[in-house]
Design a binder for this molecule. Structure first.
Ligand code: XMP
Length: 509
């Protein structure tokens, strides 16, 4: 078990960022809802209270029970967390007169306070709250102020309890990592030994113990998460890991063969299953995006279930679930509205009756990549762009047919290969081509054409939640567009998508 910083979530959009910053210090941390504090706190070295969209003055504001925490562990309240500590101990929190959004500078710093050690005078911090702490309880002392916020930070007498009204986790707080380091390392005394190497070592050991001689089945998708999960499990149980890689007929050009090949090179016990006919038959006449997702998701489950039953005595189902999926399902705000149903969240149905093992369910996406690199997995697998489970099925607008898949595969191939050739592939977070359900008029030689329009899309992002369209060079776009129109029969027009998310989404369906 790892030394842990417990982060209690009050619903702030920044809670995950706190976790990432703590982990960048090589300290393990977990996010739990404020009202579901774990019973076993034996590994906990300190606790952070997150911000919140609520005001402490709201009737329905989230109120944690800190009986097992306060004075037992070092405690840091951030924004709402700080205001809660102040108010619940007799301080006064009021709506702030000046809207305290955005940048501010730390004018006063109490250098005797361990939390503020090394922080620079005038250090920039990011404020984002509508309330402010006007009066502190008697035994609370100010440790830092800005020009307009007197209580920018406080410490409680005779206990390691702190509060700050700014956000140390956001980029705009220039010395935020130093402050978190002060808390986590100097105050909580965490030993900073949570590294990719140690993660691999302890995870493999615990998988060995948990799985023993049992057989495990895992669906590989070609994506980073399932691949890294497979390699970890392979290290732990070798040939007892049975991998299944399904060709749904909606993969990129040559993807099935290439990826299968590299999995075999990695020593995995993997079976490639060509189920493309089944998927494409199921998609006949289906045009509505969510209906397509359901057909693809259900067909995958049927195929996978059939294949899993062919393995005798299999006991476990392994999944590449990562931490953001877990947090989303337990989040304080409740699951956010379903904009698109992602079939990889929520798992496979009960009828499979297998126990579930999820070796990556404590990791963020970039940590999964780091673990993969530590295990020396090839960049071909680790650095590939995200690719949705329903594949090209949700990039062919309207009905999906074999011919249309073929056209899109060719277009996509030219685009992706072009990005690789011009060293642009790793500059963008995700790139894709979309086949539109409209024809446009063109002219080729002396002939009038009436053919398909395709859209190219490339975006920058860190997690897919928000994204900005990539400003690919005009020369590159011109070159790729020419190639596509010249080489792909059935396409006479290429457009480039210049929408950001929000309000658009990354995929078109
Ligand atoms: P959107 O289109 O919602 O996509 O902005 C955000 C990220 O999620 C991927 N995506 C999916 N992944 N099943 C998946 O496994 C899906 O149904 C699905 N829909 C979107 C998308 O490629 C992007 O990376």
């Amino acid at each position: 078990m790892n030394e842990t910083i417990l982060i209690l979530d009050f619903g702030s959009q920044y809670t995950q960022l706190i976790a990432r910053r703590v982990r960048e210090l090589n300290v393990y941390c977990e996010i739990h809802p404020f009202n579901k504090i774990p019973e076993d706190l034996s590994q906990v070295k300190g606790v952070i209270l997150s911000g919140s969209p609520f005001s402490v003055r709201d009737e329905k504001s989230p109120i944690p029970d800190l009986t097992n925490i306060r004075k037992k562990f070092p405690l840091l309240g951030v924004c709402y967390g700080a205001q809660f500590l102040a108010q619940s101990n007799g301080g006064e929190v009021l709506p702030s007169k000046i809207r305290e959004y955005g940048r501010a500078n730390l004018g006063f710093i109490d250098y005797d306070s361990l939390l503020m050690k090394g922080m620079s005078h005038n250090s920039q911090v990011w404020m984002s709250h509508g309330d402010t702490i006007l009066n502190l309880p008697e035994d609370f002392n100010i440790i830092t102020s800005t020009e307009s916020v007197k209580v920018a930070g406080f410490k409680v007498d005779n206990e390691e309890t702190y509060g700050i009204q700014f956000h140390p986790e956001v980029y705009h707080t220039s010395e935020g990592s130093m402050l978190l380091n002060n808390f986590v390392v100097n105050i909580c005394r965490c030993s900073q030994n949570w590294t990719p190497d140690s993660f691999v070592e302890t995870t493999v050991a615990s998988l060995k113990e948990k799985l023993g001689n049992d057989k495990v089945v895992l669906g590989l998708s070609g994506g980073v998460d399932s691949s890294v999960a497979a390699i970890l499990l392979h290290k732990a149980i070798g040939k007892n890991l049975y991998c299944i890689f399904v060709d749904n007929g909606l993969l990129r050009k040559n993807e099935f063969e290439d990826v299968l090949h590299s999995y075999k090179d990695l020593g995995l016990n993997v079976k490639g299953v060509d189920a493309s006919d089944r998927f494409l038959n199921g998609l006949k006449g289906v045009e509505e995006p969510e209906a397509k997702r359901k057909v693809i998701g259900n067909t995958f489950i049927e195929v996978f279930d059939h294949e899993a039953h062919l393995i005798q005595d299999v006991k476990w189902l392994a999944q590449g679930t990562i931490y953001p999926d877990v947090i989303e399902s337990i989040s304080v705000k409740g699951p956010s509205a379903t904009i698109k149903s992602h079939h990889n969240v929520g798992g496979l149905p009960d009828f499979m009756k297998l126990k579930v093992v999820e070796p990556l369910n404590t990791l963020f996406k970039d940590e999964v990549r780091l673990i993969g690199r530590t295990m020396e997995m090839p960049s071909f697998i680790l650095d590939r762009h995200p690719f949705p489970g329903p594949g090209l099925g949700i990039r062919i607008l309207g009905e999906v047919t074999r011919e249309r898949v073929k056209i899109l595969q060719e277009v996509d191939h030219i685009f992706i290969q072009g990005l690789r050739d011009d060293n642009l592939y790793n500059e963008v977070w995700q790139s894709l081509a979309v086949l539109l359900p409209v024809n446009s008029v063109g002219v080729m030689g002396d002939e009038r054409t009436y053919e398909n329009v395709v859209a190219l899309r490339a975006v920058g992002s860190t997690d897919g939640m928000t994204a900005d369209w990539s400003h690919l060079p005009y020369e590159f776009l011109a070159k790729v567009s020419n190639r596509i129109i010249n080489q792909v029969k059935g396409v006479n027009r290429v457009v480039y998508d210049i929408s950001s998310k929000p309000p658009s989404t990354i995929e078109w369906e």
